[in-house]
Write a protein that binds this ligand. Sequence first.
Ligand code: XMP
Length: 512
Amino acid sequence: MKQKEELIIILDFYGQYNQLIARRVRECNVYCELVRHDISAEEIKSRGAKGVIFTGGPASVYGENAPVCDPKIFELGIPVLGICYGMQLMTHTLGGSVECADKREYGETEVLFEKSPLFDGFGKSNICLMSHTDRVESLPEGFRTIAKTDSCKNAAIENPQKNFYGIQFHAEVNNTVNGLKIIDNFVKKICGCSGSWKMSSFVKETVSDLRNKIGNGKVLCALSGGVDSSVAAALLNEAVGENLTCIFVDHGLLRKNEGDEVEEIFGKRFKSKFVRVNAEDRFLSKLAGVDDPETKRKIIGEEFINVFEEESKKIGTVDFLVQGTIYPDVVESGKGQGAAIKSHHNVGGLPDHVDFKEIIEPLRDLFKDEVRAVGRELGLPDRLVDRPPFPGPGLAIRVIGDITKDKLDILRDADYIFREELEKDGINKQANQYFAVLTNVRSVGVMGDYRTYDYMIALRSVNTVDFMTATITRIPYDTLERVSSRIVNEVKHVNRVVYDITGKPPATIEYE
Ligand code: XMP
C-alpha cells in the first residue's frame, strides 16, 4: 500500500458506527482508512500515520476473545483516540482498570467537560450519545479525567504528554452535539493534520489504485443508469478506459428518455466500451398478463440475469466485475466487512452467472452524498448525479396490475410532467423521491363535450432520510394543480390525477 500525505488509521473493533467515524474524519478533510484491529505498530509507522483512532465495539476487555491491538502502538509517539470500547481497551492495555457493569447506559446524556485540546471551543457541557455497558474505573498513569456525567465518572480521559485520549460516548453520531468538532480537534489540533484532503484526492488515489490492481485486465460493469453504478463505471472508465465494458440492459421499464441519456453519457463521452441491449420486447413478452407484484419482480430479476449473461459471454472471460455497492448496502445486507451485494440490488445474483476472477467495489466505503460528490468530480452531469433512487424493476412496479407498452408510455409521459414541474418550482430539492404511478382504476370524466372513461394517475412524493420511513412532501396546491392540468391535457387516456397523502408506514414508497 502506498503512503498518503496525511493519514489517520482507524482500528476496527466491530462497532456499529465505524464507517461513520471514517466519514467524519473525511468531513474534516483528512484522509483515513479503517483497518483490522490487529494491524501491527510497525505497519502503522511505515505508513506514516499521523494519528490512530480505536473504534467502539460490542466486546468487553475481559472477554475471552476480546479484540486487542498491538500494544507497541502506544510507543510510536503518535496520538491515539479511543472511542467507547477503544477507550476501555486503551485503559486496560496501559494499566488502568475497567469495571464490568451489568446495566447498559444508553441515550442522550449531558456530559460536563474540563479544559482539554479535545474539547477546544466547547462550553461547559453538551448532549452526547452514551451507549456502553463496561466503563473505565481507574486511570492508567499519566491520565486525568476530562469529562463526566451523572452516572459515569470517566466519560473522557487524556494523557496530554503522550497525546492519548479516550471518550466513552460516540462523537461520530449526529445525536452528539459538537461531535464532529471533537474529531476535528483530534485530527487537526492534536495530530497536526492540515485538512487539505478533498474528494478530488479520493478520485485521484482510487483511480491510481485501480490502475495498479487491474493492469491490463478486462473489466465488466452492469450499468443501470442509477447513481451508484454510473459513478462506479465513471471511476473505472477513468482508470482503465477501453479495458472496461459497460453493459446497459434497457428493459423497456425506464423513465422517459432515460435510456438515451445513459447512452449519450456512457456511449459517447466515455473511452470505455458501451453495450446497450434493447431488450424491451423480451421483458414485455415475459411480463404480459402478469399482475402479481412479486411475480413481476422475479421475472424481471431472472430475465435481467439471462440477458446480461448472454451479452457477457460475447465478451469472453473477464478479470473483474464492477459493482456499485455503497456503504449503506453493506450495512443493509447485514454482512459487514467482506460483504458482497445487497440482496434486493438490481444486479443481485449476477456474480453467480458471470465468469470473472474478482469483484471490484470502489464505492463500498462511501455514503450516498459522498458518491454523488465523486460523480461530480468525475464530470458526470448534475441531472444524473442528483437523481433520486429508481428501483431495479423500474416502472413495472409503478404500473399497477398487468403491464403493456401503452400503459408504460402513458406513465412515462405523466411522470415526466410531474418531475419537470417539481424541478421548475425547486420542490425536488426537498423531496427525496417523487414519481407518478398508473393506477389500475379507470373513471368517468368529461373532455369538451365528450364523456371519457380513462385512467387515474397517482402522484407520489416523499421526504425521507433512510427510505425505511417517509413523510409526504408538502407540495403547494398551485404546483399540484398545474401538474394535474398538464397531465390531463397532454397525456392521452388520463382524465384524473390524485396526490397520495400516505406516509410510510403504513404505505410503502412504491406501489408494488
Ligand atoms: P418501499 O417501496 O419498500 O421502497 O418503501 C423503499 C426504497 O427502495 C426502493 N425499492 C427498490 N429498489 N429494487 C431496487 O433497487 C427493488 O426491487 C426495489 N423496491 C423498492 C424504492 O424505490 C425506495 O427508494
